[in-house]
Design a protein around this ligand. Structure first.
Ligand code: ZN
Length: 141
């Protein structure tokens, strides 16, 4: 997929916008988020423009994903974080603001106040089975 002319991440890949890049491979680029949720917050993007994760060819997603363990280790070593989140948003309803696939690696410490309102719900009787059946149908193609 060609670069999108108005995409800030495509401009970063092209070097038209400077970035604090920590890693660049054939498939991906990792750089400091300029609006970090915590020090050392990284963004990892494919060098080609895709809007959502499911738009990516699996091989290209795999190439990007291969860098994640090393980036996670580096994040822990550099920031001293006790943990980190790997976060990837698809669609504005999910909080995606830049429409170029990106993975956040967010250093975390206990009590840092970041994080989701995580409010698990229970399925009504029979609903989980309906959803399970739909997933299996869709995934079976
Ligand atoms: Zn882009």
């Amino acid at each position: 997929m060609a670069a999108e002319p108005n995409c800030v991440f495509c401009k970063i890949v092209a070097g038209e916008i400077p970035s604090a890049t920590v890693l660049r491979t054939e498939a991906c680029q990792a750089f400091l988020d300029i609006g970090p949720l915590s020090e050392g917050h990284l963004l990892v993007i494919p060098v080609k423009h895709y809007t959502r994760m499911e738009d990516m060819p699996p091989e290209e997603l795999a190439q990007l994903s291969r860098e994640l363990p090393g980036l996670g280790r580096a994040l822990v070593e550099v920031t001293g974080a006790a943990g980190y989140n790997l976060l990837q948003n698809n669609g504005s309803a999910a909080g995606q603001e830049v429409t170029h696939v990106h993975f956040h690696l967010i250093p975390r410490s206990t009590g840092d106040g970041l994080g989701y309102r995580w409010r698990p719900q229970a399925y009504p009787e029979g609903r989980a089975d309906q959803i399970l059946a739909r997933y299996r149908d869709v995934l079976a193609g």
